[in-house]
Design a protein around this ligand. Structure first.
Ligand SMILES: N[C@H](CCC[C@H](N)C(=O)O)C(=O)O
Length: 288
């Protein structure tokens, strides 16, 4: 029988980003990449990211979260998924503010509405080794990277940021004017990104509004990406395109992002439950 059998799970979305939350706090099992891919392949539990809750590692936190992409790889951060986890934990005991832990660190979550949450996504990192990039760039506000003909590139000079995961943001007028499904995989796997990267096209509409379309590492096109929204706002503020707070509009909805003076990035947005239940013991018996 699968080690996941009978453990609680929720199929949710955060601004359209498809999220599965699995509660393994009562188990010592660590989901394998093959199990993650099998769960993503079943339409009842399809996900962009799966958030697996484990027993806390640090006193004062509610759980340790492992984050999986559709292809079974690990994601260092997932803003939309963290809001979904916050909904599960808040419903569990009625608390409205608590800490969770991921590989990117300890994140503070706060309920701000019936299904809306703020998550402190921590501090952005800008050093080329932090992203990471394959070679030294002193200034990561715009790195030398382009695709298309040398003298007439289609996209060039992205800003790069780590929010616990690697992001590249290309500045354009209209993100939807580009063939991101075709360009995305080339950029995600470009040799400049040794751990691959999440690729965003960002259109700055005003000092406090960004339109964003994202090709996610290990997933593909998604309807929203919280950490990309944080990375885009930080990169926009760093390059003086916006102020330090903005609404980021993604295909699945809007997120509000603020880069506070203490250097922490706070993301606020919705969550929605689609269905919940327990893993069917038969379902993944042969998956791994
Ligand atoms: N959708 C997620 C981010 C996923 C990033 C992931 N694709 C990676 O490998 O870094 C979010 O809301 O932040």
């Amino acid at each position: 029988m699968s080690p996941l059998a009978n453990h609680p799970f929720w199929k949710m979305n955060g601004a359209g980003n498809e999220i599965v939350v699995v509660d393994l706090r009562a188990s010592a099992h660590v989901v394998t990449a093959a199990e993650a891919r099998a769960i993503a392949a079943d339409e009842r539990s399809r996900f962009d990211q799966m958030m697996v809750l484990h027993k806390p590692r640090t006193p004062g936190t509610r759980c340790f979260i492992r984050i999986y992409n559709t292809d079974g790889s690990f994601a260092g951060a997932c803003g939309n998924g963290t809001r979904c986890v916050a909904w599960v934990l808040s419903e569990e005991d009625g608390t409205e503010s608590f800490l969770v832990e991921t590989v990117a660190g300890i994140l503070a979550c706060r309920r701000v509405g019936p299904a809306a949450f703020s998550v402190d996504m921590g501090e952005p990192k800008f050093g080329w080794q932090d992203i990471p990039l394959a070679e030294e760039f002193r200034d990561t506000r715009a790195i030398e990277l382009q695709i298309g003909p040398i003298d007439a590139p289609i996209l060039h000079s992205p800003s790069v940021v780590s929010m616990g995961n690697p992001h590249a943001i290309f500045w354009v007028d209209d993100p939807y004017a580009y063939d991101l499904p075709k360009i995305g995989p080339m950029l995600e796997n470009h040799p400049i990104f040794p751990e691959r990267a999440n690729i965003s096209l960002a259109g700055v509409k005003s000092r406090d509004h960004i339109v964003l379309w994202v090709w996610e590492r290990g997933v593909g096109i998604t309807r929203a990406c919280g950490s990309a929204a944080c990375a885009a706002l930080v990169a926009a503020a760093r390059t003086k395109r916006t102020g330090r707070a903005a609404t980021v509009s993604l295909p699945g909805g809007d997120l509000h992002i603020e880069w506070r003076d203490d250097n922490h990035v706070v993301m606020t947005g919705p969550t929605e439950v689609e269905h919940e239940g327990r893993f069917d013991p038969a379902l993944f018996a042969t998956a791994a």
